[in-house]
Design a protein around this ligand. Sequence first.
Ligand code: ADP
Ligand code: MG
Length: 579
Amino acid sequence: MDGGELPQLTIRILPPEVSVLIAAGEVVERPASVVKELIENSLDAGASQVSIEVRQGGLSLIRVTDNGKGIPSGDLALAVHRYATSKVTLAQDLARITTLGFRGEALPSIAAVADVEMLSRPADAVAATYLRLLDGNPVEQGTRGAPVGTTVTVLHLFAKQPARRKFMRSPSAENQQIASLVSQYALAYPEARFSLRLEGRQGLLTSGSGKLADAVVSVYGAEVAAAMLPMRWPLDGERTTMKVSGMAGPPHISRASRGYVSLFVNRRWVQNRRLIFAVEEAYSGLLTTGRHPIAIVDLRLPHEEVDVNVHPTKAEVRFRQEKEAFATVQRAVRQALLEQAPVPSLPSAAGAAVAQPTAPEETPPLWQRALEAEGQSKTAAGTAAPPPKVSLPMLRVVGQIGNTYIVAEGPEGIYLIDQHAAHERVLFEEIRAARQRRALDAQGLLEPAIVEVSPQQKEIILAYYEALSDHGFQLEPFGERTYLVRAIPAVLTGTDLSRAFAEFVDTLSEEAAPDQQDRVAFSLACHAAVRAGQSLTLEEMRELIRRLEQAEVPHTCPHGRPTMIHMSTALLEKEFRRR
Ligand code: ADP
Ligand code: MG
């Protein structure tokens, strides 16, 4: 066999115990996911009290008790079946989901990766029904005295999934995730009384008074709560189907991380980068670089305007009118800020940043600062402490110019991004990181490609043989100056190999990186990156920018050219003589 033939495999439908494990992998990523699903069930059941108890970061015990409407005894066993739900009956219901749950996947998924005990009593029952599951199978059922409501106890999470367990961080890190998650629900549902006990200690306790301000006191403390500015949108007379309420923190209580923007869409806690960016945008000019707001944003719109059936964890949503949702959130936050904290009265630190823009010639350009951060360039003064990492703000793609440059807007103005240089940077860092983790993807070729090389190229290949194979090239000598290529790095998939390979080898010797491994990564990035002159869709540009935001040194390409030019809001205002 010459690699061309593949063994014939039979297609089979997976047995339920396997398919449920696959679903569980998505729904139950970590202990906090279990807590999330159980809280959502409690809230869907109309609970006004939800108590959560966690031991060993959730790996030994998670228990959620509520006073909701309970599960009828005859339904208890059904509730842990895959796709068993009381919340959706018809396909058209999916277009109008009003509950937090609807997939009927949570309880069976949890039961697949943990031992579960359920205890539930509806209001009209005299006692509670009890059900114990081991490996997803009921092993014990009975009746017990208990108050109205439901208690779900999850024991020994991931005990039989050593791979998952290995990915868990310390109990205290998992507890932090859980605390932050419960805080989100406490802010979304101020009318419910939440109690969180972590390792026996009271973590969070809310009053359930129904007032957002009270929930904010429990989560962020009295001082923050007192400073928060209430939000209300639309203003009188505006006609819109989208409403925003919540609270925006004034600029002087900003935070160093982005994790303090809580977003709820129709009472569902969501993580949506674009909406978070909309909130941050509303603060543009009010916060100094690197500072992020505290905000609680509750967006309500007709249920049919938003699709929540995007991902098993239900934390993503899609809007029918995304732009309008974005603009509404931004206006609502901005309005609250301007109405109640007019710009001139801002504390001097934030005010100064707005009032005295740094003249462009006083500071070296961004890419130069980034180069210094990476240690590739020396400046006159640059001998003492290394400059801090220059990170990229969240950018919103506006469009493409000359099929070469991406125009983006960020909190501090306009960014012009060279698509090839940016993509090179992104790929280079991704390739290097994957290589260090020994997780570089190779693409096996069904038909090995035969490439002819020049003597010089042959020398280069011999010199770089190890680095090439570390990056996914599987090369076999095939005669004097011919190689069989059996596999290539996955990033090169789809390129015309017979031509690209020779070119690739040539560039290797020209790369300036000090070591062979990095030179291969440089060349790979350069070959796989989009070219100038290639038209990109908005989606592709956003994806590129999103990955660039993750890069360690986003402002230069691996060769040290800038990936972007920045025109600050201050500069624009100065040039247009707005002040
Ligand atoms: P979903 O929430 O998507 O319907 P789940 O697997 O989370 O799926 O739950 C299955 C069903 O079990 C729910 O539809 C609901 O009828 C019932 N249930 C689960 N938890 C509770 C609870 N705490 N109180 C009342 N009913 C519950
Ligand atoms: Mg559910």
